[in-house]
Design a protein around this ligand. Structure first.
Ligand SMILES: [Mg+2]
Length: 135
């Protein structure tokens, strides 16, 4: 006799909501990064002002930007879990972050990295940033 296939009726039926354990926090981090990537690509595919953006949002979907912000929040929360579980420290992350900011500023200019804090709208770095973000 064939095995009965359970029917999912709501989100509460999904194993990750029923089991109530996080599992490996690194897996959670990777999953959230993937979700952020997915939403970033949606921002590129459905940018404001483009017909696809209007079709996407009028179909009842939250704006791609809203979804991206939510997923970035999820990534930051997953990072907090990695820290809280002792897999890394805030100081290590901050050190790596500032090293990357410095490297990007050297590569792309301060305006591209720090945006409105240092750049003016006529700064080519600033213009390039706003034209390529899809936001
Ligand atoms: Mg998420």
């Amino acid at each position: 006799m064939a095995e009965e296939i359970p029917v999912m009726r709501s989100l509460a039926d999904l194993p990750k909501y029923v089991i109530r354990t996080m599992g490996d926090p690194m897996d959670c981090f990777v999953e959230e990064c993937a979700e952020a990537i997915k939403e970033a690509m949606k921002c590129k595919r459905f940018p404001p002002g483009h017909p696809t953006h209007e079709a996407w949002t009028t179909a009842g979907n939250p704006s791609p930007r809203t979804l991206l912000v939510q997923e970035i929040g999820d990534v930051l929360a997953a990072i907090d879990v990695l820290v809280n579980r002792g897999l890394m420290t805030d100081m290590e992350i901050r050190t790596a972050k500032y090293a990357k900011l410095q490297k990007m500023a050297e590569q792309f200019g301060h305006g591209a990295v720090f945006g409105d804090l240092y750049a003016k709208p006529t700064d080519p770095d600033w213009v390039n940033r706003t034209q390529t973000s899809g936001l």
